[in-house]
Design a protein around this ligand. Sequence first.
Ligand code: 13P
Ligand code: SF4
Length: 307
Amino acid sequence: MLQHKIAELKKQKNAVILAHYYQIPEIQEVADYVGDSLGLSQKAAETDADMIVFAGVHFMAETAKILNPSKKVLLPDVNAGCSLAESCPPEAFQKFINSHPDHLVITYVNCSAEIKAMSDIVCTSSNAVAIVNSVPEDKPIIFAPDKNLGRYVMQETGRELLLWDGSCVVHEAFSADKLISLIQQHPDAKIIAHPESETHILKTANYIGSTAGMISFVKQHPEHKFIVATEAGILYKMQEAVPQATLIPAPAKEDNNCACSECAFMKMNTLEKLYNCLQMEAPEILVAEDIQNKALYPINRMLELSA
Ligand code: 13P
Ligand code: SF4
């Protein structure tokens, strides 16, 4: 069976498999660690494995490479990108920064290494509020690339942020109308949402947080029913953590080819590709040395502020 072969190869090569909650269940099962973006960065920073296989998307593997320049970092499908990262092209972002030279630049980890290299501090959905709060109040801040997370952070911190106009296709695919009728059908359900979702979805939520935060919240209310507004891959670990909870995925708009929201990029990784990538030690993720050096500082700032 492929999962056994992966476990064997991983041992032989002293590799670690890090997987995001949005990966397919078969991949989450063979991973050494499954987590949110902050947890995955922390694991990547502390691993003593020789090789990191990142079952996630490109920016996540790139972050692991920046933290481990001497290690081999592999991504099962090199085309596993991210709509949010793509919504922030480096040249345009450099111009944006240049036109606001007095601003501190905080970037959400869902961006390319080039964007991180232009940043002062990186953040994830689990520490964005704390990181913005760590900046002196009189310092103006550019927050990029996710405008939805940015609006949420503005509301939580009471700070004015200069936002980049980026977003995640998956979290913008939730239908507010369908969500409202679902809430009417299940008035006892708690709504939990990822802050990449749009403001009108977040307004309905009882809890807003990162994927790991959402799982912790569900664990604290094990007997409840939940409507879950994030990528459907999270349901696997969430249900495993709290088998008695009723989990209902938040509905996507008509034009989505899935009843729930799935990230096509996350789902590019398969068990076969994971096996092939470990065996061939490819595709390997590389980051140019100058970008690597510049991007390390804002990532380390985030890790220090989140320790
Ligand atoms: P977190 O798991 O850090 O909440 O991020 C969600 C996401 O969209 C990753 O691409
Ligand atoms: Fe990017 Fe959205 Fe997919 Fe996360 S869910 S990888 S933010 S496109």
